[in-house]
Write a protein that binds this ligand. Structure first.
Ligand code: NAG
Ligand code: NAG
Ligand code: NAG
Ligand code: NAG
Ligand code: NAG
Ligand code: NAG
Ligand code: NAG
Ligand code: NAG
Length: 859
């Protein structure tokens, strides 16, 4: 009965947990903790981390996982877990627990994982022993790191199921793991690393690991190892993972002992990072250091931070063919002949040779026994062991190539690439060069990271990169890409990163979009921080598949390039530019993209303006389907130069509309005013030059109509003189003048009565007559001045002399009557002052002289 009752309560409690139905929520039994139902495990996980607990709370028996890390717990009361028989995971790390007793873990017979890292077990006189752990029959994972302050190897022999053990190891002269480990048959992972706990293992000998020969995964990084004797690791026949990193006194000589011990092992992953100190001289990896790996099936090798500068010739040929991954980060590698051997690594897929010139200082360098041996012999600096004087011969062989930082000996030839290499990281390599024409050997390269070098110019072309999908050339001071750098072999490139270069110098001139022409598969293009002021319309013409275009932190003031053809474009990043307004054709391009799918534009940190000019743009913001990313942060400058937030474009638009309505009226008034002003000016100008204008008009008309009749060459005047006279004076003209000039002197006269073509309008006839006569004879009289057409003729003749005949005397004035200057208009007076004129005498004598003069003037 009682058990049934408990069962109901348990079910009820589980139900309340379910009903609250939130993934992490306060536990009903412990409000400070978060509970989570694990459906497939049929239990509840309780997370009480970081809540300043001082004592271990008792939790219901249906809890399967209890996390108590980062609290102030200093004790595990006897039997506190005796109910928690189905608890599988207990995390007590980062507390102050100092004692473990025989009853501490009572009840936890199903516990799989126990974490006691970072506690104070050293305070409790190491009172725990075999009986403490005897309850944990099923424990697979135990972490006791950072607890011991001195040599102590607790009796773990009762942990018969243990697979993964993480523990401190401080040697007191006995540099071996105790015999009891021999009983932990399932132990596969042994982590003694000093980077997460305490480890002091100055010497490893052939008996150090004799009882853990079955371990597959051994971490002895940061263990202050000074010496690894040959044979120390030979016991570990089944080892697949070995981490000896961060033992800076070992040097590559220690590596030689390690690889020699591993030659018959199952090693797959070997980490030998930081076997040298940062302050060490540069090193050479010799054949002897690694030759014993040749027959292993090593796949992953890490040798970061070893001051490695070059690799002995043939050394690479001893690396196992199984090698898939090599990391040589933070080594000051120089190019050398070894480069040509990398093609031997036929299974290599990833090479990380980034960060070559890492500048760090080690504040607490390890004191090495070897250092004291080698630096105390007198004053001279003694070459360390790894630079044996006997090696000088081969070092010399490398010297030549070592002196160069750039592999220019490669440039005309084929660049050797391991045939299966997919990923290369040469980031931060201080490679300083203009990239020349290069052909890569057969390869499967997919990812190339050359960021953080100094590739001033990409000249190219680069061939044989047909599989490359990702290319990173960010931060390279690159200011020039040739139009053929991206050869058609780049047709599969999907991600191209040019962040932080100087392409603003070359891209704005690429009007035909030639530079990126071959990159048709591009999905993501980063051109941020390139000082680009603008881009030509067609610069991205081939990028139809682009999904993400990052143009942030440039100097754009407007969008001028086409994006409407990028039908997959999802993100356009224009953050941190100088855009004040995006004009209409481009906003509609954006709209057309947004109709197809989710398209966003980021305009944060620009110089947006909210005034009557940009009102259409602001209106667009209120109506568009384009997602304006970060719009909450947009600011824009109002007409009165104040900055306002633009988080609600609608409000701003309404504000603008009100403001601009009055502005529009003002604008209209202004426009009308200006128009009126222009009309006035034009009017007065036209009045001032009325004669010139009329003259030009008619002369054009005349010339046009006479175009077909005569050519300029044989043009001679049709009339000797055109006589301009008032109708009242016609008797004189028709009788006397005609007789004297035409009949007696043969001067062909043009008289409107006689010579004007009927049908043509008068003005055209007049202009034509003036134009076709050598002179225009004006019979000046009071009647002449009164006649509209006479004055028209006079003015036209004046214009003809000024504009058509270069001030030649065309007009000849004859005063038929006595006229006082007061009667004459200004333009006639002007003529009298500057040109000759003649008065009609009205007496016999004068008559003869008069006619002679007149005939002379007209001939
Ligand atoms: C390497 O060892 C030093 C001290 O010897 C330590 O401070 C550092 O954290 C270790 N680095 C790693 C990656 O374990
Ligand atoms: C360790 O090597 C010594 C000799 O160098 C040898 O006598 C001893 O038996 C070896 N121990 C083991 C466990 O192989
Ligand atoms: C190594 O592993 C194999 C099978 O994986 C096993 O038969 C052998 O006993 C193991 N050797 C040691 C020393 O544990
Ligand atoms: C390598 O092993 C030999 C022989 O056991 C030993 O004398 C030498 O000190 C070891 N070297 C290092 C660097 O541990
Ligand atoms: C690798 O094994 C072959 C035979 O299996 C042997 O001839 C060769 O010497 C070994 N190489 C090394 C470096 O141990
Ligand atoms: C290359 O290495 C650098 C640092 O050394 C790292 O930041 C970068 O992510 C790596 N690149 C790739 C593609 O893994
Ligand atoms: C870029 O390089 C080409 C030759 O590859 C050269 O003709 C051009 O002048 C360079 N442009 C700039 C801006 O340096
Ligand atoms: C559009 O994409 C963004 C992420 O880029 C996402 O947060 C948003 O929910 C998407 N909207 C729609 C309607 O798919």
């Amino acid at each position: 009965m009682k058990s049934k009752y408990i069962y109901v309560i348990v079910c009820f409690n589980i139900l309340t947990v379910i009903c609250q139905n939130i993934l992490h929520h306060p536990c009903s039994f412990l409000p400070r903790c978060r509970c989570r139902l694990e459906h497939h495990k049929n239990g509840v996980e309780v997370d009480c981390s970081h809540v300043q607990l001082k004592v271990i709370p008792s939790v219901p028996s249906y809890v399967i996982k209890l996390i108590l890390k980062h609290n102030l717990i200093d004790d595990i009361p006897n039997g506190v877990f005796s109910n928690n028989t189905i608890l599988t995971e207990l995390d007590l790390s980062d507390n102050r627990i100092h004692t473990l007793t025989e009853m501490s873990f009572n009840g936890l017979q199903n516990l799989l994982k126990l974490n006691l890292q970072n506690n104070d077990l050293s305070k409790g006189n190491y009172s725990f022993g075999a009986k403490t752990f005897s309850h944990l029959k099923n424990l697979k994972y135990l972490n006791l790191k950072n607890n011991f302050a001195k040599h102590y190897q607790p009796d773990l022999s009762k942990l018969v199921s243990i697979e993964s053990l993480h523990i401190d190891f401080i040697s007191n002269g006995f540099h071996f793991l105790s015999k009891q480990y021999g009983n932990l048959h399932k132990l596969a992972i042994l982590d003694l690393s000093g980077s997460t706990g305490k480890c002091f293992l100055p010497i490893l000998t052939n008996d150090s690991f004799q009882y853990i020969s079955h371990v597959q995964h051994l971490d002895i990084s940061t263990c202050k190892i000074q010496q690894i004797n040959q044979g120390a690791l030979t016991m570990l026949k089944n080892i697949t993972y070995l981490d000896v990193s961060n033992n800076t006194c070992l040097k590559f000589e220690g590596l030689e002992n390690i690889t020699s011990d591993l030659q018959f092992s199952n090693i797959k992953i070997l980490k030998v990072n930081n076997l040298h100190k940062i302050s060490d001289l540069t090193t050479v990896l010799k054949t002897s250091h690694i030759k014993d790996l040749h027959n292993t099936s090593l796949q992953y090798a890490f040798a970061d931070g070893n001051r490695l500068q070059t690799i002995e010739k043939t050394a690479i040929s001893y690396l196992p063919k199984s090698l898939k991954f090599v990391s040589l980060r933070g080594n000051p590698l120089k190019f050398g002949l070894y480069i040509f051997e990398v093609v031997l690594l036929v299974n290599l897929e990833t090479a990380d040779v980034s960060d070559l010139f890492r500048h760090q200082t080690d504040l607490h360098p390890e004191k090495c026994i070897s250092d004291s041996i080698y630096t105390c012999k007198g004053d001279s600096v003694i070459a360390p062991r790894y630079m044996d004087p006997s090696d000088v011969t081969y070092l010399n062989a490398f010297d030549e190539s070592n002196e160069r930082d750039t592999p220019d000996f490669l440039s005309p030839a084929t660049v050797p690439i391991p045939i299966n290499l997919k990923h290369v990281n040469y980031s931060s390599g201080s490679l300083r060069m203009d990239v020349p024409k290069l052909k890569l050997s057969g390869n499967k390269l997919e990812t190339i990271d050359f960021s953080n070098n100094i590739l001033y110019a990409l000249n190219g072309p680069i061939y044989n990169v047909k599989n490359v999908k990702v290319l990173n050339v960010s931060t390279n001071f690159c200011s020039n890409i040739s139009k053929f750098f991206f050869s058609s072999d780049f047709k599969n490139l999907e991600h191209l990163n040019f962040h932080n270069n100087l392409l603003g110098i070359v891209l704005p001139d690429d009007n035909e979009g030639k530079i990126l022409n071959n990159l048709e598969s591009l999905i993501e293009l980063v051109l941020s921080k390139n000082r680009i002021p603008n881009l030509p319309e067609n610069v991205f013409k081939s990028q139809r598949n682009l999904q993400k275009l990052d143009l942030s932190e440039n100097m754009f003031t407007d969008i001028t390039f086409r994006v409407s053809h990028m039908t997959h474009l999802k993100e356009l990043d224009l953050r941190g530019n100088r855009i004040t307004i995006i004009s209409d054709p481009f906003t509609s391009q954006f709209d057309s993209l947004a109709t197809k799918h989710n398209f966003s534009v980021d305009l944060n940190k620009n110089l947006l303006e909210c005034n009557c000019i940009s009102i259409k743009f602001i209106e667009w913001m209120t109506t568009t389907n384009v997602r304006l990313k970060n719009i909450k942060k947009y600011k824009c400058m109002l007409w009165n130069r104040t900055n306002v937030a633009l988080h609600s474009p609608k409000e701003t638009y309404n504000l603008l509309r009100k403001h601009c309505a009055s502005y529009e009226n003002l604008e209209l008034a202004l426009v009308l005013g200006v128009l009126l002003f222009i009309i006035l000016i034009m009017g007065s100008l036209m009045y001032r030059y009325r004669w010139k204008l009329r003259y030009l008009y008619y002369i054009v008309k005349v010339k046009y109509s006479s175009l077909h009749s005569e050519t300029e060459e044989e043009y001679s005047y049709m009339y000797g003189a055109f006589v301009s006279y008032a109708d009242e004076d016609r008797i004189f003209v028709h009788n006397t003048l005609l007789q004297k000039l035409e009949v007696e002197n043969g001067i062909q006269l043009c008289l409107h009565k006689r010579n004007f073509l009927p049908g043509n309008d008068i003005a055209t006839n007049i202009t034509s007559a003036i134009h076709n006569s050598r002179r225009t004879l004006v019979i000046m009289s009071h009647n002449f001045l009164k006649s509209y057409w006479c004055m028209f003729e006079y003015n036209m003749a004046r214009m003809e002399s000024i504009y058509e005949r270069r001030n030649e005397n065309v007009v000849f004035l004859m005063f038929y009557e006595q006229m006082s200057p007061r009667d004459l208009p200004l333009n006639v007076l002007e003529m009298i002052q500057s040109k000759s004129y003649i008065e009609y005498p009205n007496d016999e004598y004068g008559d003869t002289v008069f006619w002679d003069q007149l005939v002379n003037a007209l001939k």
